[in-house]
Design a protein around this ligand. Sequence first.
Ligand code: 13P
Length: 251
Amino acid sequence: MKILVANWKMAPSTPKAALALAKSTMAITKQTKKSLSVIACVPSVYLASVAVSAKSLVLGAQNVSTATDVASTGQISAAILKALKAEHCIIGHSESRATGETNELIREKLDRLVDQKITPILCVGERERDNQGWYLSGIKDQVESALSSIPKAALKRIMIAYEPVWAIGAKAEREATPVECREMVMYIRRLITDMFDEKTARSIPILYGGSVSEDNAAAFVTDGEASGLLVGRVSLDPKRFGKLATRISTI
Ligand code: 13P
């Protein structure tokens, strides 16, 4: 089963628009449910209302606090996300890392989510590439650090998203190629094999999280060998997201 994660980021800007988008996303989910698992990672403030209005939509959050003490003004804990019916949570997204999140902090976030039985969608990726492959050591640090204290039993409940930062957003340098994606999927599986074992490495879904469109998305799953996609802007446009979902579901 392929996986499609919608990352709504900081949108839509009103609760009304969020509910409309949730309902359209749920309709897409229903059409493709036999071959595609769709997860909507929505701004946390919308989780409760979306859970009521779009009941069958599988929900995720976009970040979590490491704090467990209630004296943590402005933070949202894994326990709160769980109570709001978030089954997944993105951590380590490049846009969150850009605010100063360290590998150590992301490991703590992963541990908090695992404690609450929420599936972490761990994002890893390099800001830029060099011809010698030095960027691989940054990915290695991100993967090894995040998974350094995970209990073996929880490994079946994580996902990894490879997001080349240079291929994300409106200001992306260029699109990544499916071959570049495949190399990284293989590299990340190799790292997990070295940390745990081959069976574990094969079982963890590795998504592609760079920018995709309805036209190029399928190639990241076929030639790129990603287990699915983590989609940003296109997930906010039901027409385009629907097309993309249909294409992935028919691979
Ligand atoms: P865009 O699709 O908006 O470039 O974002 C990709 C991304 O960051 C997915 O999490």
